[in-house]
Design a protein around this ligand. Structure first.
Ligand code: NAP
Length: 284
């Protein structure tokens, strides 16, 4: 039976460490603050926002909600973003995405202040991720995967890692982070041929494709470490990952559950990045 790599102990350890940071900052009258920029009332965004606020409260980070109407124009959005960028009391900014169609995400990405860009939208932070410059920010979800692997002391150096999915939010940054840890990385996607052959050679398999229970026993190498990033809803309305849990249990050495795996670490990683932003901006 495979070991479960639960997210909660990882998130708890991150939060405990951050509480020390906020105590020190507070003693210097510095209160880390995250702005949550939400357009409209999408239930996924509202639920994620609630989870972020709860996590930030627990750490000692203030949150401020910037709630904008669904039909907001690009110009008005950029004006609001400009205000948040300039507010000295705000250290981090998270924009819920995807944004409505009238808003051009590419333009918005370049308008977020890079030093407050805690979820790595700005090209400057993407470039830092590419070059391994740790003064930048990394997207929270792939960072959560890395925190889990680190917490459970999964060796990565020289290992074959396969990342399934190549989005800018998860797949590509996950591949870069694994490469930084000296894994030998393959990125697979919807045009990849002989997918099973590739994934079944992976010592570490990261699944981030958004296809419910797509990864089956045949995709998994005996004893592999499997990180499941997927958040899907099956035909019965249940939350599922990209990995078939029962089959992973039989074949993998260890795997992250859904729910209770990668997703539960993401908000802790976000809080960590807010503290990092706050320390950099206040030179603490
Ligand atoms: P995305 O932008 O839709 O990208 C999906 C990627 O998977 C693409 O690169 C796509 O390939 C690839 N893909 C799709 N079907 C495939 C198939 N049958 N075989 C091989 N590759 C396939 O999704 P995303 O934003 O990266 O998110 C991925 C999953 O992670 C989703 O379930 C999402 O809900 C979840 N997620 C979770 C968290 C969390 O906190 N846990 C955060 C963000 C996202 P092409 O590039 O060739 O199209």
């Amino acid at each position: 039976m495979a070991e479960l790599l639960k997210g909660k102990p990882v998130a708890d350890a991150i939060v405990d460490a951050l509480k020390n940071d906020t105590t020190v900052l507070e003693s210097k009258d510095i209160k880390p603050c995250l702005a949550l920029v939400r357009v409209g009332e999408k239930s996924d965004d509202v639920a994620y926002e609630r989870a972020i606020v709860k996590r930030c409260d627990a750490v000692g980070i203030t949150t401020t909600k910037v709630e904008l109407p669904e039909e907001i124009t690009q110009e008005d959005f950029l004006t609001q973003l400009g205000k948040v960028n300039e507010d000295q009391l705000i250290h981090g900014i998270l924009i819920f995405r995807p944004l409505p169609k009238q808003l051009d995400e590419k333009v918005i990405e370049t308008n977020i202040a890079p030093e407050k860009d805690v979820d790595c939208l700005h090209p400057e932070n993407t470039a830092k991720l590419l070059t391994g410059d740790e003064s930048g920010f990394v997207p929270c979800t792939p960072m959560a995967v890395m925190e889990i692997l680190k917490h459970y002391q999964i060796p990565l150096e020289g290992k074959n890692a396969v990342v399934l999915g190549r989005s800018m939010v998860v797949g590509k940054p996950a591949a870069l982070l694994l490469l930084q840890e000296n894994a030998t990385v393959t990125v697979a996607h919807s045009r990849t041929r002989d997918l099973e052959k590739i994934t079944s050679g992976a010592d570490v398999l990261v699944a981030a494709i958004g296809r419910s229970e797509f990864v089956r026993e045949a995709h998994i190498k005996e004893g592999a470490v499997v990180a499941d990033v997927g958040i899907n809803v099956d035909e019965n309305g249940n939350m599922t990952g990209d990995v078939h849990q029962e089959e992973a249990k039989r074949k993998a050495g260890s795997f992250t559950p859904v729910p209770g795996g990668v997703g539960s670490v993401t908000t802790a990683v976000l809080a960590k990045q807010v503290i990092k932003a706050c320390k950099m901006q206040t030179k603490e």
